[in-house]
Design a protein around this ligand. Structure first.
Ligand SMILES: [Zn+2]
Length: 344
């Protein structure tokens, strides 16, 4: 039986089974070398770049998206009826999806490791959809598989379902990374009568606060240490007067392959020096990229590196992926993304 006929004759297949079949089929095509993945195309374009043209030759993950539903007889009987899905304000996930794609392609062991957190099916589908330029579908995969319904607005307008992702990119992306970046820190007060002698502070995302006073040195590194390192402080419990000893902050599920540092409370002037590596919970992490926020337009974009070449991605531009001459200036920072260095 022809393959196409088999697929057409199996309309009752679950979504997941259909995805699995597509991935398998795609794997076959890839191994026979018939098509280049998006990542291979980007890498080739960096290699063949001779400074005249610093842009990638086709749009990569454009802002928004329209998904047309091939409605059969069954779909017509559904209410409310819609035949397309329109995505709006997707810049709150676009930059991170690009970063995730680059990270998964550049680090051989990461797809398997991230499958333990996100599920293997999600990782396979994500890579397949990005590889094959299925940009609207990959956004829908993120929205439906990782986001909660209350995290976005959706309404049916005429024959379209409109999904609006306007908001904060940490709400739309970073908070939905399962427990990848969950950390915990314990603390004990030296005073036996302290009403909250033992405390536990668990956080799902890594939000870095700028130091109160302005000390000299690398402010970001200092702020990361403040969050992660052990320390002794005066207990804040009223009238306690004891000393509170904080243990080292550790990752609940081991050091993750990548970390997103939420930098949205930092002023541009405090970001003059972005560290290229960080020590986090006994592991070394290297700077991979960043997401940037434009306040006037309430718009996010992203910068990342491939083979040491820095690129800037902005889904709203016509030419939306460009090679940078030098590392970007992180003036309007929303996040910094670091990847775990390979252990020797
Ligand atoms: Zn106390």
């Amino acid at each position: 039986m022809r393959r196409g006929a088999a697929a057409a004759a199996a309309p009752g297949l679950s979504m997941s089974e259909r995805r699995r079949r597509r991935v398998r089929r795609h794997g076959g095509l890839r191994s026979r070398g018939r098509m280049k993945t998006l990542f291979e195309e980007i890498k080739a374009s960096i290699k063949n770049n001779y400074n005249q043209d610093r842009s990638f030759w086709r749009p990569v993950l454009p802002w928004g998206g329209v998904f047309t539903i091939k409605a059969g007889r069954k779909a017509v009987s559904c209410t409310p009826l819609y035949v397309e899905i329109r995505l709006k304000n997707t810049c709150t996930i676009d930059g991170f999806l690009m970063l995730l794609y680059v990270i998964l392609n550049e680090n051989e062991s990461f797809p398997r490791e991230l499958s333990l957190h996100f599920g293997r099916e999600f990782v396979d589908c994500f890579l397949y959809l990005m590889d094959t330029y299925s940009f609207t579908t990959v956004k829908l995969l993120w929205i439906w598989d990782k986001m909660e319904k209350q995290q976005y607005k959706s309404e049916v307008h005429k024959a379209s379902l409109i999904i609006d992702l306007f908001g904060n990119e940490h709400d739309n992306f970073t908070k939905n990374l399962e427990n990848l970046m969950s950390t915990i820190q314990e603390s004990y007060c030296s005073n036996w009568r302290c009403p909250t002698r033992v405390q536990e502070d668990q956080q799902r995302t890594i939000s870095i606060n700028p130091p109160q006073e302005i000390p000299h040195g690398n402010l970001i590194r200092l702020a990361v240490d403040e969050l992660f390192c052990s320390k002794i402080e005066l207990c804040e419990e009223r009238g306690c007067g004891g000393l509170r000893e904080f243990s080292q902050r550790i990752f609940c599920h081991g050091a993750p392959p990548f970390v997103v540092l939420n930098m949205q409370h930092w002023k541009p002037e405090d970001l003059a020096y972005v560290p290229y590596y960080l020590d986090l919970s006994d592991h070394k992490y290297l700077l991979e990229g960043a997401t940037l926020f434009n306040k006037e337009e309430h718009h996010y974009s992203a910068a990342f590196q491939i083979d040491g070449h820095w690129m800037h991605y902005d889904g709203l531009r016509n030419v939306n992926l460009i090679l940078l001459n030098k590392p970007p200036e992180f003036l309007l920072l929303s996040s910094l993304v670091y990847i775990r260095a390979t252990e020797k």
